[in-house]
Every structure is written in structure tokens, then in C-alpha cells.
Design a protein around this ligand. Structure first.
Ligand code: SF4
Length: 307
């Protein structure tokens, strides 16, 4: 068996941005089509903060968010993470992007959006940004299964994602696809199918993370999950596939299968998640980011996958 070698985002930045760069998450602008009156409730796994990280200071102006994060001598890719940057009136997002690009330590942009929130005006804006700076377009897929996407209340199909990815590819944009492993009803086979689906598209990178449960998410309410999950517990809800909270070992098995089938030139932007807020229910092992990454790297190496 030959060795498979992936490039991580850290190495990719060193190669393409002329040195080390970090991602700087910002938020506070933009909204989301899945929380409006026509698609009540949002995505099943999403929390009240629109899937932002725990460290975002979303109530502060962008200048203050950047100032609170940057360190002397470091360079950053500004990441517009929560909600959907190109939904609704996104003029405030565009304003924040311009303010961010004016900062001397910002060397690129990552814009988070959805495949169904890219109208001609948004494509023009993104293409213009791509010509001016290093731009990554982060788009949620989560899974290539339309049945799971419908269960998750994502509000788009895999074909919608494919169409947006192809259009972005035609414009030369770097698409980073978000994938969640361990969704209810999904296992290794579904992860491999998602990898095969991405392989057929002009995808630049992937962000993979294990399904985790946030207290404020519709998923916690649907399955009646009210306490911190250690991993391994099973929950049922009428008409829904069973939810098995991932253990670390189970996640590593799912991730290995996904990477075994993924194109080797796709840059790995994330291999796990880490949440600490009081809204986070579990699995608890996700709090141990360094330990998780070490375990993941070691397990992948045994399977001939190097990072
Ligand atoms: S994951 Fe994104 S699209 Fe879905 S509800 Fe959360 S912010 Fe909205």
C-alpha cells in the first residue's frame, strides 16, 4: 500500500502566502436564510451563534475584533465565519471586509457562505476580491446525501453545492467544503460517498469535523439531549435516525475512511473541532484539541495517510 500525503492549511499558507499565516475569525454581520420565516429553525446541528467559534467577539466593530486578536509579527487570513456572509443585505459584511483588508497584518480572506446564497452580485463581489487578495470561499456541504441534507434542514441539495462549486471553479476561486462526519444515520460508507462526490468537483480544500451537540441547537431539542455527553451514548427521536454520540475512536475510523477516498491534492483545513463554551454539550473529548490531533495523526499514519 502506497503512502498518501495531504497538505494541511498551515503548510499551504507557507507555500502560497510566503510564510506562516493564521486564521482570524470575525463575525457580527450577515444573516442566514435557514433562520428566516420560510425555513424555520435553522440547520439541525447549528447553535444560536450561527456556527461561529467560542472566541468571537461579535458585538465589537471589526477593528476592535482584529486588534483584540493580532500579535506582533504575525500574519492573518481574516475569516468571516458565522452565518452566511452573502445572504440578505450583506453591505455591512462588504464594509467589514474593506476595513479588514486595510489592516497591515491581514494577508487574505476566507468568506463563509452557502450554495444557495450566491446571486450574480455576490459572484461579482467575490471575483473582485479574488483579484485583489488571497480569497477562500467556505461553503457548507456537510454530506453528499440528499436524504441527510433534508433531515438536517439544510435547505439545499448536493446538486446545488456542485453547481456553486463548479461556478466558483470556473472563476478560479478556492472553494473550501465543510463536511460533518457521524451525522445521524451516517457511517463510513456515507463518508466515502461524500469524499467521492467532492473528488468530482473543483474543490481546493476541506474542513472536516465530528458531529458535536450544542445545547441551543434544534438537534439537542429533537433528541432530548440535556446533559454533557461522553461519547458512545445513543439517542432516539420519532421518525429520525438514531443519533450515536461519537467516541474519539469512532470519529478516527470515520475520518480515516473519508481521507482514504479523498483526492490527495485537496488541502486539509481542519480535521477535528474543539468547543468550550457553556453551550457545548459534547462529546466531551472534543475539548482536548492537542490530544485529539496527536491521536488522529498517529492513527492516520498507521493507515498510510501522512499530513
Ligand atoms: S449552519 Fe449556517 S445556514 Fe445552517 S442555520 Fe447555522 S448559520 Fe444558518
Amino acid at each position: 500500500m502506497g503512502v498518501k500525503r495531504f497538505v494541511t492549511v498551515a503548510d499551504y499558507y507557507i507555500r502560497t502566502l510566503g510564510g506562516r499565516a493564521l486564521r482570524l475569525p470575525v463575525g457580527g454581520w450577515g444573516s442566514c436564510p435557514n433562520r428566516g420565516p420560510s425555513r424555520e429553525g435553522g440547520c439541525l446541528y447549528c447553535d444560536a451563534r450561527g456556527s461561529g467559534t467560542d472566541i468571537l467577539q461579535m458585538d465589537l466593530p471589526i477593528e476592535a475584533q482584529i486588534a483584540g486578536y493580532v500579535r506582533t509579527g504575525k500574519r492573518y487570513v481574516l475569516y468571516f465565519q458565522p452565518y452566511t456572509a452573502t445572504h440578505g443585505d450583506w453591505a455591512p459584511v462588504a464594509g467589514a471586509v474593506e476595513a479588514g483588508l486595510g489592516h497591515p497584518q491581514i494577508v487574505g480572506l476566507a468568506i463563509g457562505t452557502r450554495p444557495d446564497c450566491l446571486d450574480p452580485r455576490a459572484w461579482d463581489w467575490l471575483e473582485g476580491l479574488h483579484r485583489r487578495t488571497h480569497l477562500e470561499l467556505e461553503m457548507g456541504l456537510q454530506t453528499a446525501s440528499d436524504a441527510t441534507l433534508a433531515f438536517l434542514n439544510r435547505g439545499h441539495t448536493a446538486a446545488d453545492f456542485a453547481a456553486a462549486a463548479r461556478r466558483a471553479g470556473a472563476l478560479g476561486l478556492r472553494v473550501v467544503a465543510h463536511v460533518i462526519l457521524g451525522l445521524p444515520g451516517e457511517g463510513e460508507a456515507e463518508g466515502r460517498a461524500t469524499a467521492a462526490f467532492l473528488n468530482g468537483l473543483p474543490i481546493h480544500g476541506v474542513k472536516v469535523h465530528p458531529l458535536h451537540i450544542m445545547k441551543s441547537s434544534p438537534m439537542a431539542a429533537l433528541y432530548g439531549i440535556g446533559r454533557m455527553a461522553e461519547g458512545g451514548e445513543r439517542f432516539s427521536a420519532p421518525g429520525a435516525p438514531d443519533l450515536a454520540v461519537l467516541t474519539r475512536e469512532r470519529y478516527i475510523s470515520l475520518l480515516s475512511a473519508f481521507l482514504e477516498d479523498l483526492r490527495e491534492d485537496i488541502v486539509l483545513y481542519r480535521l477535528t473541532g474543539s468547543r468550550r463554551s457553556t453551550d457545548f454539550l459534547g462529546p466531551r473529548w472534543l475539548r482536548e484539541k492537542t490530544k485529539n490531533l496527536n491521536r488522529i495523526r498517529a492513527a492516520l499514519k498507521e493507515k498510510g495517510i501522512e499530513l
